[in-house]
Design a protein around this ligand. Structure first.
Ligand SMILES: NC(=O)c1ccc[n+]([C@@H]2O[C@H](COP(=O)([O-])OP(=O)(O)OC[C@H]3O[C@@H](n4cnc5c(N)ncnc54)[C@H](O)[C@@H]3O)[C@@H](O)[C@H]2O)c1
Length: 262
């Protein structure tokens, strides 16, 4: 059980997308352990409900809520945020975490795939920021954390749209940060850039290559010579959600074992 002194985000109210598993579920568990309320959404309603149920069981009280949300749906953004605002009595943290990938070089990639990935990875982040800001404004200090990727800097020609989408998230995060700052709004916005972590999104590598080859491929060029773990990212989210990071905005957090330096 986390002691009082370790409650780094006590009183914070966090809305997290794509929280049915992987990185989103890990962030939700960690933020709740450190005193936050969490409202979790995902396109996979059953799985996100299970995450919220597990968090509530751990705490013996309701600190987590869940709801179905397709982040591509603009109206659903507005209604889901309103539900979270009412359940938690406010929102002070937004984590735009839902994301998908697609494989294909420029010529092979179909326009439909391009729009699908850009819709989830970029349009949804814009919609989330746009519709959450009026609520965050009411609960300052606030923090927006957008999950980008090392793919924003390290280009693989087979990941055309994923690379482009994650670079767009880094840029969009800075626009949001500067827009809040010029309004003298105490809402910070930062992006997080993980390298490979074993979650649903990288599972196809393991299916195609087998365990050993997949690990070899995914850790190539990582100075720390291992895959990342979900908590490596969750701890960065905890820091950015807390007031400990109050002077940090428009920053890019590289959680990549040093990969982007080489
Ligand atoms: N795992 C990695 O190696 C890695 C590395 C860098 C960045 N990321 C990013 O981290 C974020 C989380 O991914 P993850 O690794 O936990 O993978 P994941 O596949 O386990 O989680 C992604 C979640 O997003 C949900 N989702 C997909 N489309 C959605 C939609 N339209 N609306 C709502 N929810 C939707 C999925 O159901 C899933 O629960 C993503 O943005 C991903 O791009 C992951």
């Amino acid at each position: 059980m986390t002691s009082f002194i370790e409650q780094r985000v006590a009183g914070k109210k966090a809305f997290i997308t794509g929280a049915a598993g992987g990185l989103g579920a890990a962030m939700a568990h960690l933020l709740a352990r450190h005193g936050a309320k969490v409202f979790l959404t995902d396109i996979n309603e059953e799985a996100v409900y299970a995450v919220a149920t597990a968090i509530n069981a751990e705490h013996g009280k309701t600190v987590a809520w869940s709801a179905a949300q397709n982040v591509r749906d603009e109206e659903r953004w507005q209604s889901a945020l309103a539900e979270a605002d009412s359940a938690m009595d406010g929102i002070s943290v937004l984590v735009n975490n839902a994301g998908i990938g697609a494989i294909g070089g420029v010529e092979a990639l179909q326009p439909k795939e391009w729009h699908r990935v850009m819709g989830v990875n970029v349009d949804a982040v814009y919609l989330g920021c746009k519709y959450a800001l009026p609520l965050l404004r009411q609960h300052q200090p606030g923090s927006i954390i957008n999950i980008s990727s090392m793919a924003a800097y390290k280009i693989d020609p087979d990941y055309t749209v994923y690379n482009a989408s994650k670079a767009a998230v880094a840029s969009l995060s800075k626009s949001v940060a500067l827009d809040c700052a010029r309004q003298k709004m105490d809402v910070r916005c930062n992006s997080i850039h993980p390298s490979f972590i074993r979650t649903g999104i990288v599972e196809p590598f393991f299916e195609q290559l087998g365990e050993e080859e997949a690990i070899k491929k995914l850790t190539r060029g990582v100075p720390l010579r291992r895959l990342g773990e979900v908590d490596d990212v969750a701890y960065a989210v905890l820091y950015l959600a807390s007031n400990e990071s109050r002077y940090i905005t428009a920053a890019e957090f590289r959680i990549d074992g040093g990969a982007s330096a080489v």
